[in-house]
Ligand binder design. Structure first.
Ligand code: SF4
Length: 82
């Protein structure tokens, strides 16, 4: 958004030419502290993050998708019992 002031090293350009948050090797936002799961630029976070409602419908959908992915991965790599 025009008024966003995110540090440039945390930005990337998507396939449509839009400016987006860069992602780390695991696909998480580059601004996240992966050990504490906190935003490292909280006071400078972009407007879309400010509008995201913790515990809201979108939040719950993202959490469900993440849990589903984790479950699928654990199933994929679990030992096969005869
Ligand atoms: S609040 Fe926004 S900028 Fe901060 S870590 Fe989360 S997605 Fe990234």
């Amino acid at each position: 958004m025009p008024d966003d002031a995110v540090p440039g090293h945390l930005l990337d350009t998507d396939e449509l030419g839009r400016t987006v948050m860069a992602r780390n090797d695991e696909g998480w936002c580059a601004a996240i502290d992966p050990y504490h799961l906190r935003c490292t630029i909280y006071s400078q976070r972009p407007a879309i993050c400010r509008q995201f409602s913790m515990g809201g419908d979108d939040c719950r959908t993202v959490r469900q998708d993440y849990r589903r992915q984790q479950h699928d991965l654990s199933t994929l790599f679990s030992p096969i019992h005869p």
